[in-house]
Design a binder for this molecule. Structure first.
Ligand code: ATP
Ligand code: MG
Length: 692
């Protein structure tokens, strides 16, 4: 295999190979090992992710146990992609059949892996192993309830809304900063409420513990705190020989702390990233993590930089480099490529968003006629709502598309209902799920629901409480049906995904009753049931779906149809790490990128990086669209207004010259002057003559 491995690595360039081989140092006559942590810091498209995949494959080919390889990526989709790529190499190197590359059981996101470890060590840290996870919506609802309970929502001065409260709370957790500091710097208009917020957050934490639920932030926070206990930290750290992280520039302080606690001396740690692509600081990510990595562990890191870009053509690189070259603070990187160029990138001035949609749809079809599948084309935009006009245009022309980072499949009420049933069965203490489920039953309102949930809170056997509960008389028959389903779902012998059948047969009659369009919705819930079959257990399904939902929707809600050809629509944030042959970027105007709410030098810099990320997704064709009339919805003014916008300030007039520039629709040609034909009758003088 060593020979075949060498063959597989022959395609890599020297720097990439050095990163893959890091750790093996042959000193003449004997081999030693370089045990330092490894940092690969390099620009977009330079093969960081490929290098990481090859490194994983090489480690396993040389005998590393896949069970002991922890691979942390930004999304579950990215983890699966990495597993696939490493698998391909391994199949070749180990001479396996392509059906059986070794799986990477510990490939996932920080949050996903955190959830698994917390469940495993639940008993030792006093957590209920059946805890369920609150998504952002649940977190806000619970925050809202606690806020009401404390009487904060009725106070005379307007207390921050539940969503703001969750944002403040989340920020203090992710940045590990004291509340006062967070308020002062990020939420100055809430600073007066410090004492009340402190009380609120205390009660919020208690409510979560009481209900055995964790929110997203807790997964990292509890994991970090668990690692503060030396024995546990050692136990967890020793499970892994290698810890590898992609997109390290978008990790936050908790994630960096977790990494260090897993491997204090940095042995076996590899991280890759690009400081110029750090775009998640609004969620508490800090680019300091990657800049400080070299001195983060007890041993200094080895740093490898990659300079050759394999993704884009030189003209695309030139315009992207020009955008980022003006960035205030970054690791200077020069990227080059010898990829043959397919023409200049385009800067297209369109009249408005409707013209933008038409232009893009035309161009997409033209590319397809030129042999480019829809799937190798993508349209990127800043926020999910920006694709509305385009979605209509695509639907009108029957161009199939799938949208990432948009309205989530899981946000549909009927899908939430189904999941709530599963969650309530998994964790009877979870009140958000409990409220949702029980109130689906006609005759059960919030008061009855609360009475039941209170009784279940303290019960040893919550199933028995459901069974013996006496609902209002008009709800009795339906209650019995629910109690049966609930008991069936709580059967320890139940084997996944049989749960789904029980939920379906209980829920479908409610679905029919509740919704006029129950036919469409029925399709969704059935799709959910099919999706469930792809997961190993109920708890895995719930955890992974909540943390990293299949975030695609097409013109209908539902996971994508994987075997069709479809255009990709994606927010720039969700496009991270990916590439397409042709990329359109919508609304490249001041007011959108940078957003008109971006304030201060740091926020503006992040906007610049966002544009850089968008542009560097393109392999051969890059189209930047600049609508001259652009609508923005401003929460502050609560309504729409439109702006006469101009090209983003990140592309200077000089840099604009590097693009092929177009205006569309083209200005109407002025009608050529044609002299009128000579008059054949003298009508005018006849009119005058009539009065003489
Ligand atoms: P990003 O910063 O956007 O995440 P990246 O640095 O992770 O980019 P990759 O996605 O790994 O870059 O690689 C970009 C493209 O270059 C991929 O299509 C990959 O297959 C290709 N590539 C990487 N290395 C090589 C190589 N040595 N030879 C040929 N192609 C390569
Ligand atoms: Mg990458």
């Amino acid at each position: 295999p060593e020979e075949r491995l060498a063959e597989a690595l022959a395609q890599l360039n020297d720097a990439q190979r050095a990163a893959v081989q890091h750790g093996r140092v042959a000193v003449v006559g004997n081999t030693t090992r370089d045990e330092r942590p490894l940092l690969v810091i390099a620009g977009a498209g330079s093969g960081k992710t490929s290098t990481l995949a090859h490194r994983v494959a090489a480690l396993i080919a040389r005998g590393a146990d896949p069970q002991r390889v922890l691979l942390l990526t930004f999304s579950r989709r990215a983890a699966q992609e990495m597993e696939r790529r490493a698998g391909q190499v391994l199949v070749r190197v180990l001479g396996l059949s392509s059906q059986s590359p070794p799986a990477l059981p510990w490939a996932g996101t920080f949050h996903g892996v955190g959830a698994r470890l917390l469940r495993e060590y639940a008993a030792q840290i006093g957590l209920d192993e059946n805890f369920t996870i609150h998504d952002r919506g649940d977190a806000e609802d619970l925050m809202g309830l606690v806020r009401n309970d404390l009487g904060l929502s009725t106070s005379a001065r307007r207390f921050p809304l539940k969503g703001t409260c969750v944002s403040i709370y989340s920020r203090t957790v992710n940045t590990r900063a004291p509340l006062a500091g967070v308020l002062k710097h990020a939420f100055p208009w809430c600073a007066d409420w410090e004492a009340e917020l402190k009380r609120l957050f205390g009660a919020y934490v208690e409510a979560k513990q009481q209900q055995h639920v964790l929110d997203y932030d807790d997964l990292l926070l509890y994991w970090t705190e668990m690692m503060a206990e030396p024995t546990l930290a050692r136990q967890v750290g020793e499970r892994f020989d290698h810890v590898l992280v992609d997109e390290y520039q978008d990790t936050n302080l908790l994630q960096a702390a977790i990494l260090r606690s897993l491997k204090p001396d940095g042995r076996g740690v590899t991280v890759v990233g690009d400081d110029a692509q750090s775009i998640y600081s609004f969620r508490g990510a800090t680019v300091r993590n990657i800049l400080d990595f070299p001195a983060h562990f007890s041993q200094p890191a080895r740093i490898v930089t990659l300079e050759r870009n394999y993704r884009s053509t030189q003209p695309i690189l030139d315009v992207s480099n020009a955008v980022i070259a003006a960035a205030a603070e970054r690791h200077a990187k020069t990227l080059w490529t010898d990829k043959p160029s397919a023409g200049q990138p385009q800067l297209v001035l369109v009249a408005d968003e409707a013209a933008q949609a038409t232009w893009v749809a035309d161009r997409v079809l033209a590319h397809r006629e030129g042999g480019l599948a829809l799937k190798s084309q993508a349209v990127l935009f800043r926020t999910s709502t920006h694709s509305a006009a385009l979605e209509l245009e695509l639907a009108r022309r029957n161009i199939p598309f799938v949208k990432y980072g948009g309205l989530k499949f899981l946000e549909a009420a009927h899908v939430k209902d189904m999941l709530a049933v599963l969650r309530f069965a998994q964790n009877p203490r979870g009140r958000m799920a409990g409220f949702r489920v029980t109130q689906l039953i006609p005759g059960i309102g919030p008061v009855t629901s609360a009475r039941l949930l209170d009784a279940m809170d303290t019960a040893v056997d919550p199933g028995a409480v459901v069974r013996s509960f006496v609902p209002p008389s008009q709800a009795q028959a339906e209650w019995a049906r629910f109690a049966d389903a609930y008991a069936a779902l709580r059967q320890p012998s139940l084997s996944w995904p049989a749960d789904m059948d029980i939920v379906l047969s209980w829920y479908l009659p409610h679905l029919e009753r509740l919704y006029d369009d129950s036919g469409v919705r029925r399709g969704d819930v059935e799709q959910l049931a099919r999706l469930a079959a792809g997961y190993g257990s109920r708890e895995r399904f719930l955890t992974e779906l909540t943390l990293d939902p299949p975030e695609a929707t097409s013109d209908r809600p539902g996971p994508p149809l994987l075997d069709e050809d479809y255009l990709i629509l994606s927010t720039i944030h969700s496009a991270k790490g990916q590439e397409w042959t042709s990329v359109h970027v919508l609304n490249v105007v001041d007011g959108c990128i940078p957003a008109d709410v971006a304030q201060g030098a740091q926020e503006l810099e992040e906007e610049r990086r966002l544009l850089y990320v968008a542009m560097t997704r393109a392999r051969d064709h890059l189209h930047l669209l600049v609508p001259q009339r652009f609508y923005v919805t401003q929460q502050a003014v609560r309504g729409d207004r439109h702006l006469y916008a101009g090209r983003t300030r990140f592309i200077t007039a000089a840099d604009a010259q590097r693009f092929e520039q177009q205006t569309w629709p083209p200005p109407p040609p002025r009608a050529p002057h044609v002299p009128p034909p000579a008059a054949t009758i003298d009508l005018l003088s006849r009119m005058r003559a009539a009065w003489r």
